[in-house]
Write a protein that binds this ligand. Sequence first.
Ligand code: GAL
Length: 381
Amino acid sequence: MRKIFLILTLAVAGLFCNSQDLNNRLITPGEIWPDTDGNHINAHGGGILFHKGTYYWFGEARLLRTDKDRTNYGVGCYSSKDLVNWNNEGLALRVIDDTLSLLQPGCVIERPKVIYNRKTRKFVMWFHHELKGQGYRAALTGVASSDDITGPYKYLRSLRPNAGVWPVNFPEEFKNISVDEAALKGKPEDRVKAVKEGLYLRRDFEGGQMARDMTLFIGRDGKAYHIHSAEENMTLHFSELTDDYLDFTGRYYRVLPGESNEAPALFFARDRYYMFSSGTTGWRPNPARLSVAEKITGDWKTIGNPCRGTDEENRITFGSQSTFVISPRNKKNVYIFMGDRWTPQNLADSRHIWLPVEWEDAMPVIRWHEEWDIDKLKKVE
Ligand code: GAL
């Protein structure tokens, strides 16, 4: 009798408990990805930090479309031992209920990334920050820090980086030219040329450079870089952070000027830096680009579309936009492309597209896999 009761109880529990099977090793890109409570992981445009044997996934915590507000309410944090089964650690950073705060509800927090500073023993989070009611005009980057990896992170400030300083690699002869912007209307090629020669860089010189899509990366030179779409999203800036990671040193490099890259996601493999990025079509996916450099500060060269699917799949990066590249700790030289398949009408339902990075000679490529086993990832030779 007791046995029957136990079996019945387990069966009923099984019906109601939709939490994830902890033995699951499979990644199914584009499907709902339940956390250990059974809810779709709400951490979009995210990134991953490995710390003391655990992976932490930080990303945009988006409100459900059914809620009145369409902006987000902070940065979600999840933890995992195996990159597949994720526990919800709650909000690492939340909006501040104060109309005087730049981080008040109604602002936009995108593409948050966290790095650990060994010297200060603080976790430092940077994110793309847009102000309430201002669309994407502010183009700020925000910074927050915490003693504990899961937070709560203390919001410090938001700013436009590198005010009053020229990029290290900006030619002297472009510093003082003046261009009639109105004359560039309807002449896209002339505009691209003007941007390459610093049109928006000069415009934003005094007030600071724009910072929209972003990531963080610690280079082999030991410096942390804040990598952001600047100059009306037409040029990436690689901006060096101070030793405590809380500010900019003022040393920064323009990367791929005029080439309109967003969604930068870097990794270091085979003695080279690689970067996945996207074009600039908002939430709609476009063809991914792959760029390579010997030093983090460049020169960067774009080497093509890394997708290896049908023409349609390559045109839309398997329906995704890059956000990060993961290198699992117990698997040296293995990399995972992490992207978002955005659902703009309900951002919380956006899907996570994780695909293994495969290699065609020296070219990292990505192929579609309906489902794949994280334990069977191949090493880079
Ligand atoms: C994309 C960007 C996203 C978000 C979106 C808004 O280009 O990568 O992070 O900002 O635009 O339209």
